[in-house]
Write a protein that binds this ligand. Structure first.
Ligand code: PLP
Ligand code: ZN
Length: 416
């Protein structure tokens, strides 16, 4: 294994050379990317990193970037902001938001994973890239494929939000709508991946793809001044993001960039699709697949590929998992927007409302430092807020009309 990184089986620990495959041929467990941490330590220093451009490529030593690969896409380094008003409402005094709703180029954390997958797609010589998607991945693959000169084939459940379909179509991607849920779409894609020489970012390129999620963790640590928070709340679909943030913190401790610390991991799901939170609440790691029924479509994976590992990370960290109803998701979106001026998608509503419940239960201590991962943008899921805004009749463009309107409006707000 002379390369800077290679693949290693998560269960049997066998090593494999880099290849477009996500499953150990010996034991069928997932493959992960493994780095030579001793080599990385020499150049992966706070000073070196600080001197590099403010995007996720600055963490190159611990990312699966092929030798000589250069990207000019400034993905990542999204804001980490204090959320004092939201914190006061929820009873937590040191709350932060990691805001991937403004990630470049397609406004979700999926831009990070796709940046890694397409670097490898180029390296392996794929001309066509593809994915099964709950929406945000479709947007990110379509956009970055357009810029990278790939053809893209995007497989989605037919009932996705119109903005997510449009935000895929506009980049010239071939969209394949499937009459079925995500798990059925994903199964079909696994079969296609065996027949066609395509780079499926979340199937045969999954080990590389998922490494992109680590950059959320690297950035949080760097933005806190190279230290780790006490708690982190992460929305879960396939369960990859939460396990990879955990891996990122372990790696930062291993290379000596942050002091050792046990961070508690909290997973957030919608009750209508909660296979991981259910396993955690039952005190086990095995996942019972569910049939999703929730407005949080980006999280609607009933048979999560990394569910077992997500449950392990949560339970061994001393954290917990929670799930919330669709009305609570809407309230979460509105509370976040009104308190902090951040418009997150349904997954953000899940995260905010689960955090509120976890604080109320005493599982997240009020005075501890807690980061909420806001992973996608509210402008893509406006359907979730349908009926929440009633437009007033338009006014004549006259002062008298306005003053009459203002009088009524003030009377209404005084009465309520
Ligand atoms: C995909 C997605 C997630 C969850 O990602 P996993 O790694 O599959 O758990 C969270 N939030 C948003 C907005 C997503 O699109
Ligand atoms: Zn194995």
């Amino acid at each position: 294994m002379s390369e800077r990184f290679h693949l290693r089986c998560r269960e049997c620990q066998r090593d494999f050379s880099n290849r477009p495959s996500s499953i150990c041929p010996e034991c069928l467990a997932p493959l992960d990317v493994k780095y030579d941490l001793d080599a990385a330590r020499k150049t992966f220093t706070r000073e070196n990193i600080a001197a590099r451009p403010a995007n996720l490529w600055r963490y190159a030593e611990l990312l699966p970037i092929p030798d000589g690969y250069k990207s000019d896409l400034p993905v990542g380094m999204t804001p980490l902001v204090a959320a004092p008003r939201l914190g006061a409402q929820m009873g937590a005094s040191r709350l932060y938001l990691k805001n991937d709703a403004v990630n470049f180029p397609t406004l979700s954390f999926k831009d990070r994973v796709v940046a890694m997958a397409l670097a490898q797609a180029k390296h392996f010589g794929f001309k066509t890239v593809s994915c099964s998607s709950t929406g945000n991945l479709a947007n990110a693959v379509a956009a970055q494929a357009a810029r990278g000169g790939f053809d893209s084939w995007i497989f989605i459940p037919a009932d996705l939000e119109p903005a997510k379909v449009l935000g895929t179509h506009v980049f010239g991607a071939r969209i394949v709508r499937i009459a079925g849920n995500y798990d059925q779409v994903n199964r079909l894609c696994s079969q296609i991946a065996e027949q066609y020489r395509w780079g499926f970012v979340n199937i045969n390129l999954r080990p590389y793809y998922s490494e992109g999620s680590k950059t959320v963790g690297y950035e949080i640590a760097e933005q806190l001044g190279w230290r780790l928070p006490d708690n982190i709340v992460v929305p879960m679909a396939g369960g990859s993001l939460i396990t990879k943030i955990h891996k990122s913190f372990d790696e930062l401790i291993a290379v000596g960039l942050v002091p050792e610390k046990r961070v508690k991991f909290f997973g957030a799901q919608a009750t209508g699709c909660s296979p991981i939170s259910r396993a955690v609440k039952l005190g086990k790691d095995e996942i019972d697949p569910q049939k999703p029924a929730t407005i949080a479509r980006s999280l609607a994976i009933g048979n999560p590929a990394d569910g077992l590992y997500a449950s392990r990370v949560i339970r061994s960290s001393g954290g917990w998992a929670e799930d919330v109803s669709d009305p609570e998701i809407v309230t979460g979106i509105e509370t976040l927007a009104a308190a902090e001026g951040v418009f997150g998608e349904t997954a953000a509503g899940v995260t905010v409302s689960c955090a509120k419940a976890l604080i109320a239960q005493g599982r997240i201590a009020p005075e501890e430092e807690t980061v909420l991962c806001i992973t996608g943008n509210g402008l893509k899921t406006t359907d979730a807020l349908a009926g929440r805004m009633v437009l007033e009749a338009p006014l004549e463009p006259r002062m008298a009309a306005f003053e009459k309107f203002m009088g009524t409006a003030l009377a209404v707000s005084a009465a309520s």
